[in-house]
Write a protein that binds this ligand. Structure first.
Ligand code: IMP
Ligand code: MG
Length: 184
């Protein structure tokens, strides 16, 4: 079956996403120079965007770490944020850049950021592929936002709807029918 039937609108193409990732990498390179910096991709959603940013970095002291935190059921934010896979190296004294797929209520990142600061990170900045500012409940500063999206469930480029359509090479909205079809 063609994915197209379920796609309402393509919001951002692969090229647009890669270009923004490059711009963000350039900003991070400018800010940190050759000071060690750790990109922390939040899985699963940020796997593709994290790779794009990482590949566009020039700082030889760039490290890449990955975290898995608890996710979603349908389109409703779970109340608790759980760390399922933690950093391999200690956060102590490190300059961390958290990379998210999307900031919705802000709960996930607010929680992870304060946890990492408590562990002694030298600094914690936030980059996100998408942001839904209208949905924010937990005020959080986003240092490197890539794209603003409408208050609608978006899929692709790492973003899923109940685990489907994470693989799409673009960010899109879904039809009402698809929304029902893949509902849990
Ligand atoms: P927050 O804690 O409410 O900011 O939720 C952030 C997490 O919810 C993201 O990392 C995504 O995994 C998920 N999420 C929120 N909105 C969407 C969406 O439109 N599409 C796919 N995942 C979403
Ligand atoms: Mg996520």
């Amino acid at each position: 079956m063609k994915p197209n039937e379920d796609i309402k609108q393509v919001l951002f193409t692969e090229q647009q996403i890669k270009d923004r990732a490059k711009e963000i990498a350039t900003l991070i390179d400018k800010k940190y120079g050759d000071t060690p910096v750790t990109l922390v991709g939040i899985l699963k959603g940020a796997y593709a965007f994290t790779a794009d940013i990482a590949k566009a970095m020039h700082n030889p002291q760039t490290r890449v770490e990955l975290m898995v935190v608890s996710s979603y059921k349908n389109d409703t934010s779970l109340k608790e944020v759980q760390v399922i896979l933690d950093l391999k190296e200690s956060a102590q004294g490190r300059h961390l850049i958290l990379i998210e797929d999307i900031v919705d209520t802000g709960r996930t990142l607010a929680k992870i950021k304060s946890l990492l600061l408590e562990r002694g990170a030298a600094s914690v900045e936030i980059a996100t592929m998408c942001t839904k500012p209208s949905r924010r409940e937990f005020p959080i500063n986003i240092d490197y936002p890539a794209f603003e999206v409408p208050n609608e469930h978006v899929i692709g480029y790492g973003l899923d709807y109940n685990e489907v359509y994470r693989f799409l090479p673009y960010i899109a909205t879904m039809t009402k029918e698809a929304y029902e079809k893949y509902k849990k």
